[in-house]
Ligand binder design. Sequence first.
Ligand SMILES: *Cc1c(COP(=O)(O)O)cnc(C)c1O
Length: 366
Amino acid sequence: MIRFLDLPGQYQSLRPEIDTAIQSVIETGAFIGGEGLKRFEQAFAEYQAVEHCVGVANGTDALEIAFEGLGLAPGSEVIVPANSFVASSEAVTRAGLKVVFADIGERTYLLDPADVERRITDKTSAIVAVHLYGQPAPMEELIAIADRHGLKIIEDCAQAHGASIGGRTVGNFGSIGTFSFYPGKNLGAYGDAGAMVTNDAALAKHCRMIANHGRVEKYNHEFEGRNSRMDGLQAAVLSVKLTKLDDWIDARNAVARVYSRELEGVGDVVTPQVRPDVRHAYHLYVIRTSRRDALKKHLADASIQSGIHYPIALPRLRAYADHPQHEEAFVASEQAPTLLSLPIGEHMGEEDALQVVAAVRDFFRG
Ligand SMILES: *Cc1c(COP(=O)(O)O)cnc(C)c1O
């Protein structure tokens, strides 16, 4: 069996360290905030090479709080890629802003800068650059566009911990970057958790206050915020896992190299295009084929798990039935029925990747 994700196996490989870390939180009673959270925030800021990290309850809250913290004009338009997890657009609406979808590159699945620029109006206030599947979005082009039009950039780094462009880590390009530590992400907690990173001290402080009831100190509240804090148990687990993340990303890249080398030209498979000079975090390895559903079944019959990210492009979701772009023709909507995510992760070796390749080849021969 080749699993899509193997969290129990990962736990076994880290068991003594994780158990000690969890026990120490329980013994000291530092369930919310505390030294353990501070240590994780510092370690993660260092890992992402940013000055400030604010831990929150999940990646969706991180986005919402980032929009609020930036003080974008109420009702202004925010450009979001048409292919992403729904949180990327949902948080825009929740923050009182308007979602405008832009299309993606045909083989990168990342925002297409030319299409972004076409969508800009005098109401546009920001762009959400999603580093989808773990690959950094084309930040150089997006920053040039944002500068020309006076827009903010929010980086949705939920799938891209440790990814970089020319050695510069994601979260360093826009005003603020947001992360998710949902269990299945490359760096995952044992429950929900998220973070914001930024090099802007005032913005970090403001976001931290929003996430903690707008408070300056206990029972002294400067404004109404909300409750979105990372708990101590999650911070403890994440601190242990963070020390392994680079090795895990390398392992993901090793699997991806096998797929990209061996699957090119097999049947009508289209392998993902990696942009020059990036470190891809390979949260997902997504191929395209016109026979997606049949291939998925063939793999399942060979005990190989696969996934679909995402089956419906954002504008086509029922949630956007009343959105002006619901029916619009996007590359993202056209591609959605052909996308297939092959298993990838540190639980796999090159032998496993070759086994997946063999099953894909077998399907297209048969
Ligand atoms: C997972 C994810 C989020 C949301 O994170 P949660 O922690 O689940 O709230 C946001 N954006 C993208 C691209 C994601 O993959």
